[in-house]
Design a protein around this ligand. Structure first.
Ligand code: FAD
Ligand code: SF4
Length: 470
């Protein structure tokens, strides 16, 4: 009889929705041993092809079965700088787990039988973190003469900084916000990614000699040219996609209609859920609508629910999505958690117009029903509006989470830095070099919104080219 997949422990619903504590506990040693023993150690480990940075999954799982946890950690670290982080946030069901031979699903995401690769990665990552296992610096005299500037401290910037610093290159990271981490800090809530994992990785980079300068916006505080004048000979741009998209419908500028970015930043970066102990407030309503179907929408909805509970409001949060659950791009686990926590999903629903009360505060959203039509360029079936199906939903707080665009603060003031029609930076995909020599880019600013591991993959490619061609 094949063994059953080992379920991971999670906080029960009543213990999670009144706080921001991490929901998934991670595997114990016995659970990790049991789950790793399900791996077939395939001759052709196809799981690896599903990993954007080609972690040697077969090898690290084998090392776990042998209780060589340090070895497993080091195997992952060869290609992934942040195992504890990726083990928590990677959409593994669409990536390595989907490619695993034990996956029985033909859908875009895997069935539960696929090995829980991400949970084993998290186990090994947390072991390495607890034991302070660190990758030794491989200093190179020639490289130590180079000074590199990294702009942006999201996963792309942090990963590039780590790769360069490990080879002895002097790295300074410039971050526009007051804390480092990018979306890992201001977007993804602590109930999904504990802040100690992020802080651990940033501290490790500091130990490698990486210097962090926060509250510095390149393109405003200094130009790209000024960085070169300051002695930096290589620059990596990990600017992310921090600009929210809007629906473009009437009433979207009413009071209490937030972008998910603003709502999440207030909560996660500025601790608004602890207001007035912390200075930043955030509004919350009795009837919250979140528009969108990705991770950002799930995070915003789950944060809103927690905030309602903390404020003593009877939870009422609805997600409005114009396709069906199958087309939702969010991680499957986040959808499951959102449902468990009591968030209501309204599928095949297209917002039409927000209406306000006499004071200009949002009061209701008019919507129309949709049906699924032909597949679009993303391969997902497009929503087709059903004329005459108008209905309204009461809401006193709405959060728009339908997508993000390139951050143009730097690109718009840098002549010669080529961007495409989406305002993303154009790079040579092999080297990640931009149209300006010695200026590289990676992460969401190249090719648009992606994932943490994809951002890191691009950063590694840029760092490798910088190192190999120094
Ligand atoms: P970012 O993380 O956006 O970091 C860019 C940084 O650059 C920011 O800190 C910004 O302040 C800084 N910056 C920008 N311009 C300047 C400038 N001119 N000067 C100085 N600093 C600057 N992916 C997953 O894999 N799993 C998930 O579960 C997941 N959940 C998500 C949830 C949310 C709410 C969001 C928004 C995204 C999520 N993603 C997830 C996507 C993932 O977070 C991104 O793909 C990833 O963070 C991109 O990394 P990055 O380094 O390119 O950019
Ligand atoms: Fe095979 Fe899946 Fe194990 Fe990879 S994780 S070696 S595909 S059983």
């Amino acid at each position: 009889m094949p063994k059953e997949p080992v379920k991971v422990k999670e906080l029960p619903v009543d213990k999670r929705i009144g706080n921001f504590n991490e929901v998934v506990s991670g595997y114990s040693e016995n659970e990790a041993l049991s789950e790793s023993s399900r791996c077939l150690q395939c001759k052709n480990p196809v799981c690896i092809s599903g990993c954007p940075v080609s972690i040697n999954i077969k090898e690290f799982i084998f090392q776990i079965t042998k209780k060589d946890y340090a070895g497993a950690y080091l195997t992952i670290r060869k290609t992934n700088n942040f195992p504890s982080i990726c083990g928590r946030v990677c959409p593994a069901e669409y990536q390595c787990r989907r490619a695993c031979v034990l996956n029985k699903s033909k859908l875009a995401y895997c069935s539960p039988e696929a090995i829980n690769i991400h949970l084993l990665e998290r186990f090994a990552g947390d072991y390495g973190m607890k034991d302070n296992l660190e990758i030794v610096q491989d200093k190179n005299i020639k490289l130590s003469k180079i000074k590199a500037a990294v702009v942006g401290s999201g996963p792309a910037g942090l990963c590039c900084a780590g790769e360069l610093a490990r080879k002895g290159i002097k790295v300074v990271v410039f971050e526009g916000l007051q804390s480092c981490g990018g979306v890992l800090r201001y977007g993804i809530p602590s109930f999904r990614l504990g802040r100690q994992e992020l802080d651990h990785e940033i501290n490790y980079l500091s130990k490698l000699g990486v210097e962090f300068k926060t509250n510095v916006i390149i393109g405003k505080t200094f130009s790209l040219d000024e960085l070169f004048q300051q002695g930096f000979s290589r620059v990596f741009l990990g600017l992310g996609a921090g600009v929210p998209e809007f629906l473009g419908i009437k009433g979207e500028n009413l009071c209490n209609v937030y972008s998910a970015n603003e709502f999440l930043t207030r909560l996660n970066l500025m601790s608004a859920y602890k207001f007035p102990e912390h200075h930043t407030p955030v509004n919350i309503g009795e009837h919250v609508l979140v528009i969108g179907g990705g991770n950002t929408a799930m995070d915003a909805a789950r944060c809103a629910l927690r905030l309602q509970k903390i404020k003593g409001i009877k939870p009422d949060v609805k997600i409005i999505y114009r396709r069906t659950e199958a087309e939702m791009p969010a991680r499957r686990l986040e959808i499951t958690h959102a449902k468990e926590e009591g968030i209501e999903f309204k599928f095949l629903t297209q917002p039409k117009e927000f209406y306000s009360d006499d004071l200009g505060f949002v009061q209701k959203l008019n919507c129309r029903n949709c049906r699924l039509g032909e597949a679009d360029s993303s391969g997902r079936r497009s929503p087709v509006i059903l004329e005459g199906s108008d209905f309204s939903i009461p809401c006193d707080l709405a959060i728009i989470a339908i997508g993000l665009q390139a951050n143009q603060v730097l690109t718009s003031v840098t002549p010669g830095l080529k961007t495409d029609k989406y305002k993303d930076i154009v790079v040579d995909p092999k080297t990640m070099e931009t149209s300006i020599k010695n200026v590289f880019a990676g992460g969401d600013i190249v090719g648009g919104e992606g994932t943490v591991i994809e951002a890191m993959g691009m950063a590694k490619r840029a760092a490798k080219f910088i190192i190999d061609n120094a």
